[in-house]
Ligand binder design. Sequence first.
Ligand SMILES: [Zn+2]
Length: 380
Amino acid sequence: MERVLGRLGTVGPGLPTLVVVSGVHGNEPAGVEASREVTRALAGRSDRLRGSVVFLVGNVQALALKRRYVDRDLNRAWTPAGVAAVQNGPPDGGAAGASPAEDAEQRELLEVFDTVLAEAGGPVYVLDLHTTSGGGGAFSTVADTLRNRAVALALPVPLVLGLEELVVGTLHEYLATRGCITVAFESGQHDEAAAVDRAEAGIWILLAATGVAAESDLPELAPARKRLARDAEGLPRVLEMRHRHAVVPEDAFRMYRGYGNFQRVRRGEVVAEDRDGAVEVPETGRILMPLYQAQGQDGFFVVRSFSEFWLTLSRVLRKIGLGRWVHWFPGIRLHPHRPDALIVNRRVARFYALQVLHLLGYRRHEEDGDLLVVLRQNHE
Ligand SMILES: [Zn+2]
C-alpha cells in the first residue's frame, strides 16, 4: 500500500490545506477506505477546489498485517523525545532500533509532513481518522485550543475534551504543536461498514469547514451532516475526560462484554477483571473506548458531559486573555524557566485549580507531591 493515497487541488498563498490521515492503527482500515472513496469522488471536480487535500496512510506495515501495530503503538511516540529518536536513528530504516517497523513508518510520515508544511501557503488542517474496538457512538477529540475546537464542532458528533492530558504522544497533538489545526475522529467500530460511511461523512464536512471546497460544490455535505447527527442523537455535545484505566500486558485485563462508547456506568460498577480481580469504575459517568482487542494500553475511559455554558465561558476567558493574570490567583505562580507553564500549589489552590486552568487552556503536565505543573496549549 502506498503512503499517499491521493493529492488534489492547488497549493498557494493563503490557500488552506487539509491532510486526512488514516490507518495510524493498522487494525483500523475504515478511514483508508473512506479516503479512497472521497479521492475517487473528487477526481472529476478537483479543479474547483480552493485549496488542497492530501490523503495519507499512517501505519502501512501494520495495515497489511491487520494489526494495531507491529512493534509499538504508532500513536504514542509523537513526543519531542520520540520524534528526535526516530530522526536521529539509523538511516537504513531503523533496523537497529527496538521497534524497526514503526520507526520507519514514523520517519516517513515526518518527511511527508515536513514537505506538506513547507509547501502550504495557508493554514494546514489535519483530520486523523480512527475507529474503536467497542461499539457505540462516533466522537471527536482535540488538543484543546479554540481553533481546534471550532473545527471539531463542525462535526455533529460528541466532542471529548481532555483526552490529550491522559494519552501522551498522539500524532494529532504533535501536529498541533507544529502549527496545524487538528481533530481526531473516531468513526465507529473497527470492521463495521458504518465506520467507513461516517469517516467519509467526516471528510466531506471538513472539506467544507476548512474552506478547501465550497459548500455549493459538495452535494455530499448535507447527507453527511444528517448521517452523523442521526447517529449521535441523544448524546451530549461536549464531554470531558475524567479517568483512564491504563493496562499493560501483564495485567491480563479482560473487559466484560456488552459495553460501548457513551454507555452510562455508576461508580463502583465492575466492568472488567484482571489478575488482581474485579476492576471497578471510579466515578459515575459514561464509558469510552472499552478495550476489546489484544493490543492496547487503555482499558477504558470514563467521560462526563460538559455543559456548553462552560465551553462558552472558557472561550470568552481565553479571548480576553485572563491567562495573563492567572498567576495572581492564590497558589498559582509562573514557572521560572518556561513561559508556557505555571506551577500550582494544590494545597492552596485545590478547589479550583485544575478546573479553572482547563477553562483557560492549560493542561496537566507533571506532578510532584502538592505541586502541579500545567502547560498552555500551543497556538492559542
Ligand atoms: Zn486508532
